[in-house]
Design a binder for this molecule. Structure first.
Ligand SMILES: C[S@@+](CC[C@H](N)C(=O)[O-])C[C@H]1O[C@@H](n2cnc3c(N)ncnc32)[C@H](O)[C@@H]1O
Length: 193
């Protein structure tokens, strides 16, 4: 892994039209599905759960996918290593909810992670966060809205209540373990930040 702020993902995907990042891909259904639909996009994908990594590797081999690069460790390390403005889109889908209040600090969406994401995503680039846990939905939305770099793109309730057209259902999502119907928060990185 190159040092902080040094990893230019263009070196991994010289031909890609855009570069996307998914953090915590679980079984990798969303990553492989998007990679299949968008061969022109390069996708960086991180996951700490080894069985998930193995599953995605199997999918990559079965489908002959050329446009995924895996980071089988903490996605925050990858974010910190990436060069400023080097990512077009980020997906954080159904991250671990840590439902107990005393564990909320372990949730991925923390102010320092939002700072780091706002650094690596290009101006006008996009970040999608989805969850089916009410307390995480509320906490994450507050944190995104409190950060000057993130502009919530929703105009109507259905913009966040209904799955976006380009969303692919994830394995975790199908388990319906949360306490609310999924919410999908899409943000744009403010070009003035
Ligand atoms: C609840 S699962 C959801 C997985 C997948 N996004 C889905 O919707 O099916 C959250 C995943 O994030 C992974 N994870 C948690 N913290 C992570 C981190 N810092 N970096 C990468 N992956 C992480 C966990 O191992 C787990 O597989």
């Amino acid at each position: 892994m190159p040092g902080e702020n040094e990893l230019d993902p263009r070196t991994l995907f010289p031909e890609a039209k855009e570069i996307w990042l998914e953090i915590g891909f679980g079984g990798g259904e969303h990553v492989s599905g998007q990679a299949q639909r968008h061969p022109e996009i390069g996708i960086l994908a991180s996951e700490v759960f080894l069985e998930g990594v193995a599953k995605l590797l199997g999918q990559i081999a079965d489908d002959g996918l050329q446009n995924i690069r895996l980071y089988p460790r903490d996605g925050r390390e990858l974010v910190n290593a990436l060069a400023p403005g080097s990512i077009d889109r980020v997906f954080i889908l159904f991250p671990d909810p840590w439902p107990k209040t005393r564990h909320h600090k372990r949730r991925l969406i923390q102010p320092d992670v939002l700072d780091a994401l706002s650094r690596i995503v290009k101006p006008n680039g996009r970040v999608r966060f989805a969850t089916d846990v009410r307390s995480y939905a509320d906490e994450a939305l507050q944190r995104f809205l409190a950060h000057p770099a993130f502009e919530w793109t929703a105009r109507y309730a259905d913009d966040w209540r209904q799955a976006p057209d380009d969303h692919l259902e994830t394995r975790y999502q199908t388990k319906k373990l949360g306490d609310i119907a999924p919410v999908y928060y899409d943000f744009r990185i403010n070009s003035k930040s």
